[in-house]
Each structure stands twice: as structure tokens, then as C-alpha cells.
Write a protein that binds this ligand. Sequence first.
Ligand code: F6R
Length: 619
Amino acid sequence: MCGIVGYIGPRKAQDVLLKGLSRLEYRGYDSAGIAAISSHAVEMVKRKGKLKVLYEELETHPIKGNVGIGHTRWATHGVPSDANAHPHLDCKARLAVVHNGIIENYSELKDGLIKEGHKFRSETDTEVISHLIEKFYHGNLEAAVHKAARLLKGTYAIAVIHKDEPDKVVGARLDSPLIVGVGKGENFLASDATAVLDYTKNVIYLDNNQVITITRNKVTVKEMSGRTVRKPVTRLKWDVSQAEKGGYSHFMLKEIFEQGDILAKILDERIKGQKIVFEQLKIRGVALKKFKRAAIVACGTAYHAGLAGKYMIEELVKMPCWTDTSSEFRYRDPIVDKDTLVIIVSQSGETADSLAALREAKKKGATVVSICNVLGSSIARESDGVIYTHAGPEIAVASTKAYTAQLAIFYLFTLYLAALRKTIPNSRYAYLLKELKKVPALAQQLLSEYKSEYNSLAAYAQEFKRYYIKQHNKSYFLYLGRNINYPNALEGALKLKEIAYISAEGYPAGEMKHGPIALIDENPWVVCIATQSATYDKMLSNIQEIKARNGIIIAVATEGDKELIHQNINYIIEIPKIDELFSPLLVAIPLQLLAYYVSKEFGHDIDQPRNLAKSVTVE
Ligand code: F6R
């Protein structure tokens, strides 16, 4: 939800800011802008539309200066427009502000400021910050930001420049992410580290209620009380190439194809001989043995990984477990206490609802472990223990590699708990570990079948589009799965909805007869996850029921399945043989690719689908 970046140093600020914004564009892309200090004045350009519109404008009207701030927006208050785009200036254009978050008390503040004579130019909540800082500015930008920040309610990460102090950028944060990129003779502010990776791998993660001042050679962090705090510098392992497309036409495709390697890396890091290790978990084995129940809480794709996690925990750890969406969990009165292990799953580690759920769980005395991808993110830092997925930066808005990485962590963590709590026999543990180790190579093998752009899934997508047009745009998708592949049915449908804008629903196949079967006629394409499993025969019955009503079927089957061939299925996607428990890791891949190709067929913006943003830092 919006990306912000700030720069001070010897380079041309415009170039650094645009590069940073291009890395942050996944956070929002309805408008963008930059401002820099040049010849003791604030120069600004901002435009409605994707970042390329701003690029084009700056090509003809470049901004000079070596100190500046930039923003890419996902609208909350005020429609996408040039006026509502950030940065926002004060009355006299002496200062400029970019903001990520929501100022909840903005209308009250705005009324007061208008009465005092301030002139507003936009409908945004952010503009109150510019005018507040203007009001409090008496020659010291840092002090003015402190004073303004104390009055703000809601969430914010801001970066501010002032023409009278051209030697600094000041920032502040409350519940929206902000990091400092520490360079040599230059420093950066950004919503996340990918924006600064081109220049430095040294970052400082800011905490809530901190105000930061960066100059060319110095980084000063202060609490709201004015006390200076020393912050550790973290050296990132991420590589800038991970934030680039590397020859793929889209980030999503690149990230799908990275999954074999990522799974291998995850298993390699955690499996030592016959043991699974979580060395940095910070929660001791004795404590992990005592929990009576587990609750998994997450949003979107991470929620689907969490749903699969519930099946794993119940099957292997024999511990009651439920999975909840963060937005539901936080607003009811969930039964969690000191005997509950709460697992928060979040790629970004910044999702507002998941962060609030985490705090709710802690308030109730639960121990919280988070599964996060982004190092040093808010959720990671506020959890009692964190397990990083180390999947590298995920740039495409639709989550793919983070999902399978989360699943892999769930497998490892549940097996780890099962061994600790002795809930499965040693022989089963050894067998499962052996099977799990096969997955990365099988994923790689599966992916290699789709290397060419003329592959079977691309052809199915083409067929679907033809059919969709023939059916006067009435065709849509249903995804059916059972047991541990039921979450994949939800995830397959979510992928298709978000990037192809085709109506899609995921359902547990056993629920078909309880309602959704009424939808079946010649319109829907039904993806049936029919891999070898304890419920395989049940799925074959579902397939027959759909066929009897003229539905079109894509079956996801285990390779070599002879029986399915006799079911008169329209299209088959094969996945390599693996124990049923681990099949979700392989089933997920072709479902991601199918959504990708359908979206491509319809000519949509695959990496930046409409109305979405990668990191949902507002409610
Ligand atoms: C779907 C997708 C979203 C996220 C959800 C949670 O492709 O990306 O549904 O999974 O917004 O985000 P995180 O995992 O960052 O908490």
C-alpha cells in the first residue's frame, strides 16, 4: 500500500528515486511523484497513472538536485489524480511530504488547519502532515516532524524535505514500514529494502514512534521523547538480480520458476541429517512441547498456506488447530491463551490485519511464531519467534513462491514438532523426511515441462479464451480439492481472480452437492485436483457428476494415472508421484501457471493487477 523512498548523496536524486520507485511499484501503482531540493527550492513532478507516465514526464522536464523523496500510490483517500498523488507540499511550497498509511484523525486536523488559514490542494489525508509540519516549523525540520507526528492517529511512514535544510531528509514511522539504506557518503529511506538494493545492502529497520534524520554521512534515530537510539545495521543477503526479471517476461513467471531452487534451499537450511533444526526460533523445545492447541492466522494466499498447515499439524502433531483470516480473528474474541501457539503467516510481514491479530494474540497471553519472508518486518520483529522463508523478494503482486515456501516451512515445522512431542513413530518420521527431500527435484522436473512458452497450460488458456467468447463471456472457473489439497483449490481460484479477472471459486469437493452443483452447466471449467490420495475415488465421483451436467474438466492427476483416462476428461495436468501429504507443493505450481497463461491470453497486466497492492498495510 504505497511505496516511499528518500535520498541524499552525490547522485542525481531523480535517478535514485525513480529506480527505488520502480522496485516499490508493486506496493501501489495508481499515481507517482517525486520532489527534490534544487537551488534552494522544492521542485516537484507528480502524475496519475503508472510510474512510466512519471518517467516520461521527467524525461522532458527533469528535476535537479541531490536530495529528494518519491512515492508510488495506492489510493485510500481521494481518487487517483495528479492533485492527490504524492508528494504533498505546504502552503508556500517550502517542504514536501510522502506518506504510506492512513491518518485516521485527518479530518479533525484538517478543519483546525483550515481555520488557521492553511490552503489544501488535495483530498488526501496525507496533506494534513505537510501543513502540520509547516505550522510547527521554526528552523528545525526534525523538531517540527516530532511535533506533527505526536498529533497523528493511524498509521504512517513518512519522508520529508525542506528547502531551508537542504542537507537532510527526515522520516518517521508508526505501523507502516520504513527502513534506512546506509551507504558511503549517501543514505536512503524506503518502504522496503528492495528499493535500495541497487546501492547498498546495509539497512536499518526502524521501530514505531521513531523519527529519523539522514544526511550524507549520518543517520540519527530518535524516540518521540527526543532520546537518541542506537540501531543495529543489518547486512542483507538479497541480491539485486533477485529484484529483476532476469529474462522472464513477468516477475510472476520468474518467481514461479524459482520455486524448485527455493524449496531446495529451504530444506537444505533446515534438514541436518535426520534432524530438522530451527536454531534461531528463540522458543525452546520444552515450551513447544507444552502447547495444547495451535491457531494459524493470515490473509489471502498466506491464509491458504495456513489452512494446509492445519491439516499438517492435526495429522502429524495431533494437536487441535484452527486457521483464521486475520481480519476475522482480530475483531472477535478468539479463544487463545498461554497454552496456545499462534502462528502468523505473512510474506511481507507488514499486513495490517495480521499485525493486529498478532498483537491481539499476545495480549491474550499466547506465544506467537511468525512465518515471514521479509527480514526485519514488523510481524517478524513483534513475534516471540520467527521462521524466515528466505524466498527472496517477491515482486509480482500475485504471490507464488512465497506460498510454496510457506508450505515447505509448515512441513518442516510440523515434522519438527512431531519429533519433539513424539506424536508419530520414528519410522514414519524417517519415511516422510525422505519423501519431503524428493520435492525440490520433482518441482524442478515439473517446471521444466513448462519452460517453452508453447506448453500445454498455455494451450488450455487459449482454449478457455475461445470458449469464453463462444459462451458470450459467461464462462468461469470452479476449483475443487479435498483434504490437504482443498487449500490449493482456494489458492488456484484466488490466483485466477486476481490476475485474470475471471470469476473463480474454490470449494472442498465434498461440498459440491450442498449447493455449488447448481452452477454446473456447459459454462464452468472445473479444475479437479484428483491426485492419488485417500479421497481419490470420491473425486472421481465428483468428476462424473460434473460431466453428467456438461461441465468442462481440467484434472490435476498423478502421472501415470490410467484410470482418469477413462473418465472422459477434457484436459489433464500431470504432477510427479509423491506422498499425498506433500502433493500440495507440486499441485500449486501448474495452478499458478494456468492463472498466469489465462491472464496473458486476455492481455492483462499480470504483475500489477488492477485495484491490488502487494502489501496491505491498511485495514
Ligand atoms: C495473493 C496475495 C495476497 C496476500 C495477502 C497477505 O496473491 O498476494 O492475498 O497473500 O495480502 O499478504 P502477506 O502474506 O504479505 O501478509
